[in-house]
Design a protein around this ligand. Sequence first.
Ligand SMILES: [Zn+2]
Length: 165
Amino acid sequence: MPEFRLLLLTTQKRVCTLCHTRITASQIEETSAIQIDHNPRIHTIKVELWDSLLKEAGILNIQSDADLDKEALNAFIQSPFDWEKCKFRVLSKTRYFIVHIDCNKQDAQVVKAVSAKERKILKNSMLPALYNKYLEMSKILTKKLRSTYKLSSDQYASIFNIKSS
Ligand SMILES: [Zn+2]
């Protein structure tokens, strides 16, 4: 079992955060029974980051062509998404935990439908070049969030028995 999973299991006292029942020893052994999940949901993280990137680039008002700063827009579209620059603000708000895969599947069904609807709205509200940029960020974020694991300060504190700041 990878170390990060063990740390998470310790912080949550081996209880699934979705169904609140204990994760058994055999479930821990069996990698197909449990998985790492996180809060907020991936779609929420993406939309929040996207909004803040647009704001920083000075192109937040994307619904009105008249208000759009074309130069700022082109600069934004042409610069590649920089994960290193966004890493801290994303990870500092993301909390990882362990859940039963079956519990997560039920949850994911509901979330999936909502995200698909929101993604459609997002697509229709943006210029195609901007939406492609969103997809570029989205792809990188998905990959990074699934490979960059960290404990939150209170999780860290609960393992090492120190006061969370
Ligand atoms: Zn569960």
